[in-house]
Write a protein that binds this ligand. Structure first.
Ligand code: KG4
Ligand code: ZN
Length: 328
């Protein structure tokens, strides 16, 4: 078994997974959404203090698995340095106390493995990663072979939902709040489609966000219509750039992962694309879309099989990490 710890942002989570069956044996997460909600976003120092309280509480419940553990996996990058630190300190302490090797998992690769909990991995996919911190198109060919096709020049997809929700005074996280409000609205606000005249595959959300701000300030539209118009355009931009990448790389499998992959309008737009281009569309179970340790444990299984261990002294937190760029 592998025990995994996740604390890259505002979810404290621990999971235990069986290495051969890939089944989850234990999984618990304590979310801090309520505590951060009144600030309209995550406050790093508060998040760190809450992890320091929550992680030991969850760990206590996993004691019966300790004799069966073969490794400890932990998210060490990317994320907030003060929160990553909490998980990494715990992982190091466990590895010393139980004499176990350490596995350092990239949170973004973890999101990809949210697709494979209790399952075998699919080795070749294009991945659209849409979370609070990132918006990326990736080519995935296994745990040690991930390259980047495109990333965002400014805000991420999820972050733009959070910022629009804040402007509308809705709270945090904005994604589900905007998605809900949009159901009652009509797309009456004209918003720009970012980078449509540039030949590149890139994302940008600052233009849509600013146009939404001006629409709110004009006081001409209802919050419902603003939410509906914003969501439609934000998703249209993902579809527009993904199409370019799909035409270029012709993937057989296409996955959407990350917190914002919970958005049902997004899922249905990519269902249309999958019919148009004939690829197999994958997304995680709803319970594994947002941050969790189960996905870190599942990625840890593949790293364990490849003996991708890290020494105690070399395990460092990395708030930012880059993927290599895809060729072609
Ligand atoms: O992956 P995640 O849990 O945390 C990070 O690694 O960032 O993603 C959280 C992000 C937040 O920005 C949240 O607003 C967004 O995912 N999100 C959504 C939806 N549910 C969560 N965005 C759009 N629609 C949703 N239904
Ligand atoms: Zn995440």
């Amino acid at each position: 078994m592998i025990l995994a710890i996740e604390s890259s942002c505002d979810d404290s989570s621990i999971a235990v997974i069986d290495i051969s069956s890939k089944e989850l044996l234990f999984h618990k997460k304590i979310s801090q959404e309520l505590e951060h909600s009144k600030y309209g976003g995550v406050v790093p120092e508060l998040a760190s203090r809450l992890h320091a309280e929550a992680l030991p509480k969850i760990l206590k419940e996993t004691k019966k698995f300790f004799p069966h553990l073969k490794a400890v996996a932990v998210t060490n990058a990317p994320g907030l340095s003060v929160t990553l630190q909490e998980g990494v300190i715990m992982a190091k302490a466990l590895s010393i106390a139980l004499n176990l090797p350490l596995i350092a998992v990239n949170h973004l690769v973890g999101h990809i493995y949210s697709l494979f909990i209790g399952k075998e991995e699919i080795k070749s996919m294009m991945v659209l990663l849409v979370s609070g911190g990132h918006t990326k198109l990736l080519n995935f060919n296994g745990i040690d072979d991930v390259c980047e096709i495109a990333t965002t020049l400014d805000d991420s997809f999820g972050e733009s939902f959070d910022k629009v929700a804040k402007m509308l005074g809705l709270g945090y996280p904005g994604g589900p709040l905007i998605e809900n409000l949009a159901k009652k609205g009509k797309c009456t606000v004209t918003l720009p489609l970012p980078l449509k005249n540039s030949p590149d595959i890139k994302f940008s959300y600052s233009g849509i966000k600013n146009a939404v701000r001006l629409a709110i300030e004009s006081q001409k539209y209802t919050s419902e219509d603003i939410a509906a118009s914003f969501q439609k355009k934000a998703i249209e931009h993902l579809v527009f750039m993904s199409k370019r990448a799909i035409r270029k790389f012709r993937p057989k499998n296409f996955a959407i992962v990350g917190g914002a992959s919970a958005n049902l309008v997004l899922r249905s737009e990519f269902e249309k694309l999958s019919r148009e281009f004939g690829f197999n569309l994958l997304y995680p179970d709803m319970k594994f879309t947002s941050d969790n340790a189960a996905m870190i444990a599942r990625a840890g299984v593949e790293m364990y099989k490849k003996k991708m261990f890290v020494n105690y002294k070399d395990l460092k937190i990395m708030p930012r990490v880059e993927f290599k760029k895809c060729e072609g």
